[in-house]
Design a protein. Structure first.
Length: 337
């Protein structure tokens, strides 16, 4: 009965959101209002992960689902303004001679001792960041620190989603090394923008992760295994249709913008055989799993008593001031668009 209740709640909550303006499919309208990937995907992954949680966690997370959704994009906003943020979103597996065996240690300290912290930062830290964020979230649960729980849960969801993107696992992150400049935004923005309304995001209940370290690495290895298809299929399709039919123009907010043509996008999406959907589903399930695991490892504190917590005015002011500081572009970072 609990499972039925949860999925009924997901169905009603999710699709009521779509009907309220995020996206809608109506019988009297010829096409849907299209969501954007970037922020949209990260926010929906965090939002839908809430509904994978058990009954003991649901009241707290459902109460704060707006915060978890809205703040899913915080790490991206910090990339240019916070020291050390940018490398947390990726890992260049192809920068190391052999990542499938023991060459690249799975624990950060061991890897830093072998390669140096500067080298690791250069080539990305996302699997280690996932482990660190999970540990921090466990401590926040243990201390019953509501504000910290929410912030860390939102951040952890972002890093997990990034780890499941194939182009976050390579030095050729935007196709710049193979003459495919722009493929990063194409894969994680344009394709979901056009087709994500047809995806099945119901992934089942969260499960305990016995080895978070291995789970983080499995995610990046699985994403990296899909990289060849991401690049090769786009190259083949480009050769078949030609550059002139690859791009088109659309008007957005009164501005005419060059985009990947709808027909080219549709053919590419078909050839990927559900790859983008699989990676989004994997992200949702993994986020729920890690939130649940952090809570269990903290001793399963009673979250129902925390569900009524409201951010104070000081909390809100601090959040606003911090986010304002992220507008400063103090550092350079990978341009993935």
């Amino acid at each position: 009965m609990y499972k039925r209740f949860v999925w009924l709640y997901v169905f009603v909550d999710f699709f009521s959101g779509l009907l309220s303006g995020q996206a809608v499919l109506a019988s009297d309208k010829p096409e849907r209002t299209r969501p954007n990937w970037g922020f949209y995907a990260h926010q929906q992954i965090n939002r839908l992960a809430v509904f994978t949680l058990p009954a003991e966690m649901m009241p707290f997370f459902k109460k704060h689902i707006g915060f978890l959704t809205d703040n899913a994009v915080n790490p991206d906003k910090r990339r240019y303004a916070v020291v050390g943020e940018a490398p947390r979103h990726f890992i260049d597996l192809d920068a190391y001679s052999d990542t499938t065996a023991v060459t690249l240690p799975r624990f950060y300290k061991d890897a830093a001792d072998r390669y140096g912290e500067d080298t690791l930062a250069l080539h990305g830290l996302v699997p280690w960041q996932i482990q660190l964020s999970k540990y921090q979230l466990t401590e926040a649960f243990r201390q019953r620190d509501v504000r910290r729980i929410l912030r860390l849960a939102a951040d952890l969801g972002h890093y997990i989603a990034d780890a499941n993107v194939p182009l976050h696992t390579t030095r050729n992150y935007n196709g710049q090394l193979t003459g495919q400049q722009g493929i990063h935004g194409f894969w994680e923005s344009r394709l979901p923008e056009l087709f994500s309304m047809d995806y099945d995001f119901f992934t089942g209940q969260a499960e305990y992760v016995y080895t978070p370290q291995k789970a983080a690495w499995r995610a990046v290895f699985s994403a990296h295994a899909a990289l060849d298809s991401v690049l090769r299929l786009e190259q083949i399709l480009t050769q078949e249709v030609g550059e002139t039919r690859k791009y088109g123009f659309e008007e957005r907010n009164g501005i005419t913008t060059k985009v990947y043509a709808s027909d080219f996008s549709r053919q590419y999406h078909t050839r990927l055989s559900g790859q983008v959907e699989r990676q989004m589903r994997a992200s949702i399930k993994m986020v729920g799993n890690f939130w649940y695991t952090a809570w269990v490892d903290a001793g399963q504190p009673d979250l129902k008593s925390l569900a009524g917590y409201q951010l104070t005015e000081q909390d809100k002011n601090d959040e606003a001031a911090e986010k304002k500081s992220w507008l400063k572009r103090l550092f350079s970072a990978r341009e993935e668009g």
